[in-house]
Design a protein around this ligand. Structure first.
Ligand SMILES: O=C(O)CCC(=O)C(=O)O
Length: 288
């Protein structure tokens, strides 16, 4: 993987870092050959936008997700009536996610992929951006990569009625490509287990900033009906909040595996007696 094409599709890269637009596919009539090619393109480009899917029946959206694995029932986002596997991302209902993140890393097994269709676009703006976390990792210097390879981080969420927390390697190995990528994000990563509070805050701040350098990103201008799918194991995303008209998306999320990486090389950090340790700002999540 990614391997060679199984069928020739009209593929247009979005940037030099990641992302591709795929034209001429109808997800409602997906053959095994086209599915195999979309899977290959996802592993190669990390984000694929399948254009022109207006009128995609919700059943076909869910069925596309099921081709990749089990589809999740989201613990707290609003769901589409009659289709519990589809969550609604609606700007009029708080669905403006303008913080860089990887979906649901607070789970022990975060999603493999998310498949978002925009069913209503604002007249201007409302683009989505993504990062290539392989490239982020590979662009760090060898000593920093070496240290990060031996660390784990806590990812957490705390909302009214829902809490979850998981520990993941700071560098994960992709289960299909075997490549390493940086696996922390501003929305859910609270702290690095083996470091002092100050060290963890400073290192995470650097990694959050570095990850979103323009050279590691792509950006997509939506048209109504487009379906974007991202490999949630190796990307972050950000919904640009530069619009006032309503924007509405419907998302199917495919369950993933337990992130693999090196075991931690150090014990958890032991604060000295009286040392202020717990991160003051758990993460950026509380407002979402
Ligand atoms: O609205 C978007 O473009 C992205 C939404 C989002 O952040 C998500 O589905 O996790």
């Amino acid at each position: 993987m990614p391997g060679s094409p199984t069928v020739a599709l009209d593929v247009r890269p979005l940037s030099g870092a990641l992302g591709a637009e795929v034209r001429g596919v109808q997800l409602a009539e997906l053959t095994d050959e086209v599915f195999a090619e979309l899977h290959r393109l996802l592993l190669r480009y990390l984000v694929i936008v399948i254009t022109g899917q207006q009128g995609l029946p919700p059943e076909a959206h869910v069925a596309f997700g099921r081709r990749f694995g089990e589809v999740e029932l989201h613990p707290y986002l609003p769901r589409l009536d009659g289709h519990q596997e589809i969550v609604i991302i609606d700007s009029e209902r708080g669905g403006k996610v303008d913080v860089w993140h990887t979906d649901m890393t607070f789970h022990a097994s975060p999603p493999l992929a998310s498949i978002l269709q925009l069913v209503q676009c604002p007249g201007q703006g409302g683009d989505t951006m993504w990062t290539n976390q392989y490239l982020v990792y590979e662009s760090l210097s060898a000593p920093v990569r070496d240290m990060l390879d031996g660390l784990t981080a806590i990812h957490a969420i705390r909302k009214t009625g829902f809490e979850s927390r998981a520990e993941h390697p700071v560098v994960r190995v992709h289960p299909e490509t075997g490549r390493r990528s940086l696996y922390v994000n501003r929305l859910f990563t609270s702290h690095i287990v083996q470091l002092s509070r100050n060290e963890s805050d400073a290192l995470l701040q650097f990694l959050f900033e570095f990850s979103t350098s323009p050279a590691f990103t792509c950006r997509y201008r939506w048209r109504t009906g487009d379906v974007a799918m991202w490999d949630n194991r190796v990307t972050q995303h950000y919904a640009v909040n530069d619009y006032t008209e309503p924007r509405r998306g419907q998302r199917v999320t495919v369950l993933g595996d337990h992130p693999a990486g090196n075991p931690p090389r150090w014990d958890p950090y032991q604060p000295a007696p009286g040392e202020r340790y717990w991160p003051a700002q758990v993460n950026a999540m509380e407002q979402y």
